[in-house]
Design a protein. Structure first.
Length: 718
């Protein structure tokens, strides 16, 4: 038998529906009615003095002067407790209305509901008594109250963010949302449409730490509070009235912004722990030192100023502030209530150490975004890439020889089509901790195929699978002399080939790799391709199967490993290495025999506003691409995990050294590298291509090893 409603319950529900809104400031209501859960069992009243900078944004949420409130700040500021949870409590107790809360993912929505809101509701008596007693009215994503108001907890989805009307919509951790929600537009536009029915009483709240890269690296602010051009929450901030937090200096009384640029006292100390404990803030007006114990009192005295406003020492505000229907606020890490300055600086210093050792900016970007509360400017964009500066670093190293610091070498090959078909080969030597040397660079243009009169034909990687055999004879099986030691030479550790290009290239690349596998060298030959999808991993191993597709596509049967590269991230790493200015970990050495054309190729690409590397025109970029492939090849082998000087066998110099035969030392072409049993069953054609004299001719245009194969082809015809 169904349970009947009691008269008392009906009276409670009706009284909730008829109760007039309580006219209170949002911050006052939250201080009176909300308790903050401390773990699973304890709770404390919300204290406005802990994070006083959120009071003004909170009170703007109930103002009819604004359609939206935007709050930009670092982690550990208390913004989620005050602005999100606090606003929900205010709407439940003081001004019952339907509300939508959007977390960045479904899992985060579930977590917020169960770990934050459920506990807050249970430990806040004024909220608990207003929850509907009916079981079906309260679940993880839906909460209904006695007054009939409804709270929906969701995630970025058109199904959730369309059709229904809500008086209040809150978006938390906005910069981790997709930029386009299911092809319908950005989350803020979709959310604000849900409140338009309520006209001036509707409100949209957005809060987040910055998470998007700066779009224009040459940007300069036109006003004091303007944020750099980015998508996401800082774009919304710029649309608002642009308020920034100011503190009064305890020494001179001048108001200033507590920014990371004002942190000092830690740069000259090597130990990051000691350095972080020495960090302090410096007043930009009087250069007075502000210590960490002053932070709470300065937060209590802090004020928000709109763009165009100024405050004198007495706190009197002058100037005409920017006007907007969006109240927008932005504060940085030094003011964050729940993070100490020593924690902040320690994270910065260790992230910089990680960047110095690996070339990866991911940890540094996270610190700048979430701890500083700033958008990240990639290191690649901080320096203008000039080929002349790199060329000036060139060192006197014997031409096409292996310097003493090289432990192993890799060859990377780019396949060029069109009128200038060729294999572009670049050999890079690696030493400990990312230090590397350019050992060789040349083109393979001529094939072993000939005209009726015996002239060799240009290679055509898209049409002739046999042309790929030259990558074995002219690259993989080669060895390079050591600089300063005519009795030794070094073989390659591995070779990587770009498998993309004009129609037919990919198909022939797969055939080439299968041949390498049959000959026993498949584990040292790799096929690379730029990844069209954004993934968390730098390099993804796949086994493509294109069987049955258009004949314009490559035909793979799922047996060929293809490595997909996140080229933008890898190019960031290589670019960072290029601009290290002293030999040592991560430094790139260039031999003086390389021409200016090489440095132009290194610096031709630019990092565009959307964070992608691209060519501004039709210039060459092969040197840069091939360095990126070399870095990917080293990463695949676990190079970054080596604890130098303890290195695995594959990364030791002696593994790849071999003696130079006496006849080679006298000027005769060297013998091929040692072969496996399967490798010895190669065609006489390939053997001839390795050992004939005159196989390599002087370069053209600085880098081309233009081959005259007429003599070799004639021998093969015999």
């Amino acid at each position: 038998m169904a349970k009947r409603a009691s008269a008392r319950g009906i009276r409670q529900d009706v009284s909730g529906i008829l109760r007039a809104p309580r006219r209170m400031l949002v911050a006052d209501a939250v201080g009176s009615y909300m308790r903050v859960p401390m773990g699973a069992g304890n709770s404390v009243p919300w204290d406005p003095d802990l994070a006083p900078y959120v009071i003004e944004p909170m009170n703007c949420l109930a103002s009819r002067e604004y359609d939206a409130v935007v709050f930009v700040g670092p982690a550990r500021t208390g913004k989620t407790i005050g602005l999100i949870d606090g606003w929900i409590v205010y709407n439940v107790v003081c001004d019952p209305a339907d509300m939508l809360l959007i977390q960045m993912t479904e899992e985060k929505a579930r977590e917020h509901s169960k770990k934050r809101l459920d506990r807050t509701f249970r430990c806040s008596p004024e909220v608990k008594t207003r929850l509907s007693p009916r079981r079906n009215d309260n679940n993880v994503y839906d909460r209904t109250f006695r007054a009939g108001n409804y709270l929906k907890i969701g995630w970025p989805s058109v199904n959730i963010m369309s059709s229904s009307d809500y008086k209040c919509v809150a978006l938390t951790d906005y910069d981790r949302f997709p930029e386009d929600i299911d092809g319908e537009g950005d989350a803020f536009s979709l959310a604000s449409k849900r409140t338009t029915t309520f006209m001036s009483s509707g409100m949209t709240l957005v809060e987040s730490s910055p998470g998007r890269d700066i779009r224009d690296t040459k940007w300069r602010s036109s006003t004091a509070h303007e944020a750099p051009p980015t998508t996401g929450i800082l774009s919304l901030y710029n649309r608002g009235d642009r308020r920034r937090l100011y503190w009064p200096c305890p020494h001179c009384g001048e108001f200033f912004q507590p920014e990371m640029d004002n942190m000092t006292g830690y740069r000259d100390i090597a130990d990051p722990v000691v350095a972080s404990e020495s960090a302090c803030l410096q007043c930009p007006a009087c250069q007075g030192k502000i210590t960490a114990d002053m932070k709470r009192s300065l937060n209590m005295k802090g004020i928000w100023l709109r763009d165009g406003q100024h405050a004198d020492k007495a706190g009197n505000v002058t100037g005409e502030g920017r006007r907007s229907r969006i109240a927008s606020f932005w504060m940085e890490g030094p003011a964050a209530a729940y993070q100490t300055w020593s924690q902040l600086i320690y994270k910065l210093l260790t992230a910089e150490q990680d960047y110095q050792s690996t070339g990866s900016e991911e940890t540094l970007k996270t610190v700048v975004n979430t701890d500083f509360g700033r958008p990240y400017l990639p290191r690649a964009s901080m320096e203008q890439r000039k080929s002349e500066l790199l060329e000036q670093r060139a060192e006197e190293i014997p031409k096409r020889s292996v310097p003493a610091g090289v432990q192993f070498m890799v060859a990377t090959v780019d396949v060029q089509g069109g009128r200038n078909r060729r294999f572009v080969v670049q050999v890079t030597g690696y030493g400990p901790q990312g230090e590397r040397w350019l050992v060789d660079r040349y083109n393979i243009r001529q094939s072993l195929r000939t005209t009726p009169d015996g002239e060799s034909l240009p290679i055509d990687p898209a049409s002739y699978p046999e042309d790929w055999d030259l990558l074995i004879s002219d690259v993989f099986d080669k060895a390079w002399p050591l600089a300063g030691d005519a009795t030794k030479r070094m073989r390659l550790m591995a070779m990587a080939v770009d498998s993309g290009g004009e129609d037919g290239v990919t198909d022939n690349a797969y055939k080439f790799w299968r041949k390498c596998r049959r000959d026993g060298s498949g584990k040292r030959v790799f096929l690379f391709k730029g990844d069209s999808q954004r993934r968390a991993k730098l390099i993804t191993r796949t086994f493509p199967d294109n069987t049955g597709r258009s004949t314009r596509r490559a035909k793979a049967a799922g047996d060929v490993p293809l490595y997909l590269l996140q080229t933008d991230d890898l190019k960031d790493r290589v670019n960072n290495a290029l601009w290290r200015d002293s030999p040592g970990p991560g430094y790139v050495h260039f031999p003086s025999w390389l021409g200016t054309w090489f440095y132009d190729e290194l610096t031709y690409e630019e990092r565009s506003a959307d964070g992608k590397w691209s060519k501004p025109g039709r210039g060459a970029n092969e040197a840069f691409d091939l360095l990126v492939y070399a870095d990917a090849l080293a990463i695949l082998h676990g190079y970054e995990k080596i604890k130098w000087p303890e290195a695995p066998e594959w990364a030791r110099r002696e593994t790849w050294l071999e003696d130079v035969l006496p006849e080679a030392a006298e000027g005769v072409a060297p013998a091929p590298a040692p072969q496996t049993k399967r490798q010895t069953r190669k065609s006489s054609k390939k053997r001839l291509s390795k050992v004939q004299p005159g196989h390599r001719q002087p370069e053209e245009g600085g880098c081309d090893a233009v081959r005259n194969r007429k003599h070799v082809a004639a021998l093969y015809r015999r």
